[in-house]
Design a protein around this ligand. Structure first.
Ligand code: FMN
Length: 388
């Protein structure tokens, strides 16, 4: 079909693009559930040796092959390996390179510093343990049937997008992977008999996580740090956390406690309250084991945190209150934008271990306060099992 929507070519053939328009509520639901799925994705480095059927890996590659690419040149090749001997050879070659990186100083110190918290080393047992290794090659240029070279455009961008699609497909089917880039990885071209126009881009071990797999505790940047509204400010599309005309409460009195905006004046009392309650806070709803906080820190670092919270409060970016009984700090409540699109605020609170009985009291009282005195329509405040 030739189309008058494309008056500048007489060479293309065009077909209708017909996708149903969904009601906004359904779009939101689907967006939130895809976000939930992807938010749970992690790179793992310990794999079960349990086999995974090949057709699943093929479907992931087929899915990756739907990615957009520069001039639709699809400059990617996925090589699938499950044969133990080849996996062993890959491991040996990768470890040889990585040993030089880690032990012989080829990896610059600042890079080593950056990855220290990931717990990686030159050893890569997962290259043998994972039932599948998928090596994604980028085709630097194409080769026409007559053997001549054809220029490829935006190869790295295209292959990066295909890698992302592949990772999403693997995760969606309940498997896990690691984005692995042994450096340098040129040995893969030879070891896997790939032609000279192909350069290895990423190696993906794929399989199930080994029993007891742990992953580094990492935080993802909040939306506010990765999203910029342009133009922002008055007249722009910047959406404030609370409406400009909302008078943010400067205090609140509940049964047996009251709130004050948290600031450096609470430093010693706040620090003592949570440092003496780390295990208790970690078992409080909303503060799971995957949270970076609380982990021991000194008074100065705590002061910096409190100054940050006070600044957020002043800028109306987030609202943190100290929970007090008289002059004693017994806990804290945080009201911040939610990273989950299904919620407009994320609320969490803790009380010190010695006042654990106040947790339910605070939760119930603040839940009512949030409902009655704040402008949120769908705040998330992790529920208490016995708090009705
Ligand atoms: C381009 C790229 C290269 C990576 N290379 C390695 C690698 O060689 N070894 C490794 O253990 N992790 C590697 N990673 C994984 C990152 O360390 C990981 O994605 C990051 O720490 C965030 O963790 P998450 O994937 O669990 O969210 C790489 C990730 C990317 C995107």
């Amino acid at each position: 079909m030739v189309s008058d929507q494309y008056p500048h070519t007489d060479r293309g053939e065009f077909v209708p693009y017909d996708r149903p328009r969904l009601p906004e509520a359904q779009m939101r639901e689907r967006a939130a559930s895809f976000y939930d799925l992807m938010a749970k994705r992690r790179s793992i480095r310990t794999f079960s040796t349990d086999p995974v059927p090949k057709d699943l890996i093929e479907t992931a590659v087929r899915t990756a092959g739907t990615s957009p690419s520069g001039a639709h040149q699809q400059p990617w090749t996925f090589v699938l390996i499950s044969d133990p001997e080849t996996k062993r050879r890959i491991r040996i070659a990768a470890e040889e390179e990585e040993r030089v990186n880690y032990l012989d100083g080829r990896m610059p110190e600042d890079w080593q510093e950056e990855i220290a918290r990931l717990g990686t080393s030159w050893q890569k047992p997962y290259l043998e343990e994972a039932p599948w290794i998928v090596v994604l090659f980028e085709q630097r240029y194409g080769i026409d049937p007559d053997g001549s070279r054809r220029k490829h455009y935006y190869v790295k961008e295209s292959v990066g997008i295909a890698a992302g699609t592949f990772i999403a497909a693997i995760h969606q089917m309940g498997l896990a992977t690691l984005t692995h880039t042994p450096s340098p990885m040129a040995f893969l071209t030879k070891l896997l008999d790939r032609p000279q126009n192909e350069r290895p881009a990423i190696l993906f071990p794929v399989g199930y996580p080994a029993d007891g797999t742990v992953v580094p505790r990492l935080e993802r940047k909040p939306l506010a740090e990765i999203l910029v509204d342009y133009p922002s400010g008055p007249g722009g599309v910047h959406r404030p956390f609370v409406p400009d005309d909302f008078a943010v409460p400067e205090s609140f009195a509940g049964p047996g406690f009251h709130l004050e905006p948290l600031g450096p004046q609470h430093n010693e009392r706040d620090h003592e309250a949570w440092m003496s309650s780390i295990d208790h806070i970690r078992s409080t709803p909303g503060f799971g084991p995957s949270n970076d906080w609380p982990s021991p820190m000194d008074l100065d670092a705590n002061r910096s945190d409190l100054i940050g919270h006070a600044r957020d409060f002043e800028n109306r970016d987030g609202f943190t209150y100290s929970i007090l009984d008289g002059d004693d700090v017994i806990g804290c409540v945080y009201i911040y934008p939610s990273t989950d699109p299904a919620h407009d605020a994320a609320v969490s609170s803790w009380v010190r271990a010695t006042r654990a009985e106040m947790d339910d009291v605070v939760y119930r009282s603040l839940s009512r306060w949030l409902e009655g005195s704040w402008p949120f329509t769908a705040p998330h405040y992790a529920g208490r099992t016995d708090a009705g």
